[in-house]
Design a protein around this ligand. Structure first.
Ligand SMILES: Cc1cc2nc3c(=O)[nH]c(=O)nc-3n(C[C@H](O)[C@H](O)[C@H](O)COP(=O)(O)OP(=O)(O)OC[C@H]3O[C@@H](n4cnc5c(N)ncnc54)[C@H](O)[C@@H]3O)c2cc1C
Length: 423
């Protein structure tokens, strides 16, 4: 664990490990608090899961993946080669332990607890992102016209009614839209869709542009970055980290924030922390805008595929593969996404896509991120495990981390996200 190489660079107040959307958000709020910050990134800033995701900002998605009824549906999903969920058969003790924990959270009480905590973070992030993007004039295809969750089956639409009530209890407005109104609002849909739920508070962004814009403003405010710099270990003095050992030398700071998304469990082990995160692999296809391009963001409900139109292009995203850190491009999963889009959209899609991409979503068993101070080192903080919503939860996470580091009063109750729940 300890690496005794000499420090090679100026001491800063905070080192953030990981340059995804969560790392950038932490850097932003720490800089606003007057701290000097350096991000160290093993590859290039913004090239992890934060790059090619769907860019939906969805306070409406308060419900976590584990919930009552999920275990009953699992065998059907797992046996169906065309299901959006795929688990690669393999002997992986960590995955089995994770899956066992996930099963333990598939009940009403755990789901309601996660919904409240996810909603608090999503709502805060939605407000902070809007303020940031608008006041800093980010050019990132920001759009606040809401999200349609579109159905092809009446019974699937009815199945969502109990969730409407739970979301309503959290203050999330849901509107049912009948087929005729939906087709008038979204002529790009096929005429055989039966209706949709509309979430007016949701938004969208082009994630790579968000990151480019955010990084440029961060650098203007004094952020230091070290790319091609992999964290490999730590040097500690009792319960304080004095340096991190990296592929380019040792770096020192007063505080450290681990924001390494799906890579966090391995680094957690170096840090004496249990961070139960599995990579939930998803794909996206980015293409030219079709002739009949949707006007709003869409989720194609039965196939769990998202459709994000921007002025600058058009993206389909989806599937959830638990296959460890598999980095192959699975053509079957890509075909599934294209097929799903053809089942809902009227215009033939512009395939081949301009870009095929995969990312590893950092999935926790309870659907809540891990945000908080380490129980091993008092100057280490973790901001990881944002599941399918890391962009949507980014700004609230960054603000919370800055509050914890500076010992300010947190704007959210930090307890539901604390690391101790998996100790
Ligand atoms: C297909 C798909 C669609 C999605 N759609 C949405 C969506 O619409 N809305 C939404 O909110 N979210 C979406 N997500 C989820 C979202 O992409 C993630 O939750 C989010 O990007 C996680 O951000 P992060 O900063 O934690 O991780 P990442 O962006 O993965 O960043 C972690 C960084 O840490 C670096 N790192 C790792 N190890 C080290 C080390 N040892 N030293 C230094 N650096 C290291 C990595 O290189 C990486 O750059 C989607 C994901 C996928 C795959």
């Amino acid at each position: 664990m300890n690496n005794q190489r000499k420090p090679v660079s100026r001491h800063v107040d905070v080192i953030i490990i990981g340059g995804g959307v969560v790392g950038l958000a932490c850097a932003w709020f720490l800089l606003l608090e007057g701290r000097s910050v350096r991000i160290i990134e093993q590859r290039r800033i913004g090239n992890g899961s934060s790059f090619g995701n769907s860019g939906l900002i969805t306070p409406s998605m308060a419900a976590p993946l584990p919930g009552p009824g999920v275990l009953k549906k699992l065998p059907r999903w797992l046996l169906d080669a065309r299901s959006p969920l795929h688990v690669k058969p393999r002997f992986d003790l960590e995955f089995l332990a994770w899956a066992g924990r996930f099963a333990g959270f598939c009940n009403e009480a755990a789901m309601l607890h996660a919904m409240r905590a996810r909603h608090a973070l999503l709502r805060s992030s939605r407000e902070l992102l809007a303020e940031l993007i608008e006041t800093e004039r980010f050019e990132c295809d920001w759009d606040t016209s809401g999200l349609y969750v579109v159905y092809r089956s009446e019974s699937d639409m009815r199945d969502g009614d109990p969730m409407d009530r739970r979301l309503g209890d959290l203050g999330i407005a849901v509107r049912h839209v009948a087929a005729a109104e939906l087709l008038a609002a979204e002529p790009a849909l096929r005429e055989d869709v039966i209706g949709a739920r509309f979430y007016a508070g949701d938004a969208r962004v082009r994630p790579d542009r968000l990151l480019t814009e955010w990084l440029s403003r961060l650098i203007a405010r004094g952020l230091e970055i070290a790319e091609g710099c992999e964290m490999q270990g730590i040097v500690a003095d009792g319960d304080r980290i004095t340096h991190v050992a990296t592929s380019t030398g040792s770096l020192g700071a007063d505080h450290y924030v681990l924001a390494t998304g799906a890579w966090s469990p391995q680094l957690g082990r170096l840090l004496g922390l249990k961070l139960p995160i599995q990579a939930g692999k998803g794909y996206s296809l980015t293409m030219r805008r079709p002739e009949a391009c949707p006007r709003h963001s869409l989720v194609l409900k039965e196939r769990l595929v998202s459709v994000t139109p921007w002025a600058s292009g058009f993206r389909l995203g989806g599937t959830m593969e638990f296959a460890g850190y598999d980095s192959s491009m699975n053509r079957t999963r890509i075909e599934l996404i294209l097929d799903s889009a053809r089942a809902y959209l009227s215009d033939p899609l512009a395939d081949p896509a301009v870009e095929y991409w995969y990312g590893w979503r950092p999935m926790t068993p309870d659907g809540l991120p891990l945000i908080g101070r380490s129980y091993r080192h008092r100057n280490l903080f973790v901001a990881a495990g944002h599941n399918m919503l890391g962009v949507s939860m980014s700004a609230g996470t960054g603000r919370l981390i800055a509050e914890l580091v500076t010992r300010a009063r947190p704007h959210l109750d930090p307890v539901p996200y604390a690391l101790e729940r998996f100790r």
